[in-house]
Design a protein around this ligand. Sequence first.
Ligand code: NDP
Ligand code: MG
Length: 384
Amino acid sequence: MRNITLLGATGSIGTQTLDVIRRQNEEFKLFAVSANKNWDKLIEIIEEFSPKFAVLMEENAYKKVSNYCRMYNKNTEVLLGMNGLIDISTLEDVDIVVTAVVGMIGIKPTLEAINHGKDIALANKETLVVAGEIIMEAAKKNNVRILPVDSEHGAIFQCLQGNNIKDVDKIILTASGGPFRGRKFNDIANIPVEEALNHPKWNMGSKISIDSATLMNKGLEVIEAHWLFNQCYEDIQVVVHPQSIIHSAVQYKDGSIIAQMASADMRLPIQYALNFPYRKQCVINKIDLTEIGKLTFEKPDMENFPCLGIAIAAGKQGGLMPGILNSANETAVSLYLNNKINFGQISYIVKECLDKFFSSAEVNLDNILDMQSKVTDYIIKKYK
Ligand code: NDP
Ligand code: MG
């Protein structure tokens, strides 16, 4: 039995992780969970799984869940805020931490979990984008495994098994192209939020859905792949593949391309990460290649979707630049979701912040968090 801490249990990845745990309840025990403010969903989880700990970030939600647990004599201890997140990520009984919170709020608990020797099943890509150097160094030092949950990185991880990383020629990161593939920048600049949230292949949380529509998500994933697989940016190729059957691939020096294919269902990469190196019974719809018939590939459109190129350039600059990129994007996306700016402004704001806050300062947690608050304050003052 392995004890799992699930950060972000009420979200899209969180809910799908619960389904994997539910189906393997003889192998995994849900030890601790967290949410931001979604107290009623967290109570449902407590009812079903009886975790030892539950953490809420928002005080009102924390009070509601605490009162509930006290009133109904639950064995779940309820904690509040960042200290709670760090506690449930580091307690001795925890074997693996699934990081499924959204945004760079995941950095501290992830880093603390690594420093306490916990394996990480990583969905929270923003953590690696912003603090890849720190996270990967800590993982190496503590002999901790970072098991990718993001579908592309999970696919690459599978394609690397049994091969030598030194034989990799390049990583091929596939992209669906998002809901606006084929459209022009000016044509989608004022697109309503509901349309941008409507992804053709994946059902995801709102932040990553907007990132998929701008192609920022693919840019963040290039940076994520750079850190996870220690590849230079020139050796990571983005290929648009609208059917989302090939979840990514690796080309080796002899010219062979090994790809991973499956239906678009996050429960597979979650299951693979939690059980690695073993494979378990299928929980998703198996594909039949004769029914799919045709797989197509094209180059990404960097002109009409500037976020992809902006992200790769920030990744290449390194240092605090990917952190600036990510902070600006998180804030701009949240303003867009609240109808304060239009879709077309997201890339402008991110570019503006990269120019305005250009920095060659050292990458450490203090500098990262300091820069995040500067960038966020600037955007909110100017655009809210
Ligand atoms: P969701 O928005 O669906 O869920 C986010 C989770 O994080 C919720 O549990 C939410 O709690 C919690 N949360 C939100 N804000 C905070 C905060 N400030 N502090 C602590 N917890 C918070 O996101 P997704 O599940 O879609 O994505 C999670 C991560 O996984 C992201 O980094 C995303 O990029 C990555 N990912 C997601 C994929 C997907 O298919 N969804 C695919 C690949 C990667 P509450 O419910 O209370 O708001
Ligand atoms: Mg992905």
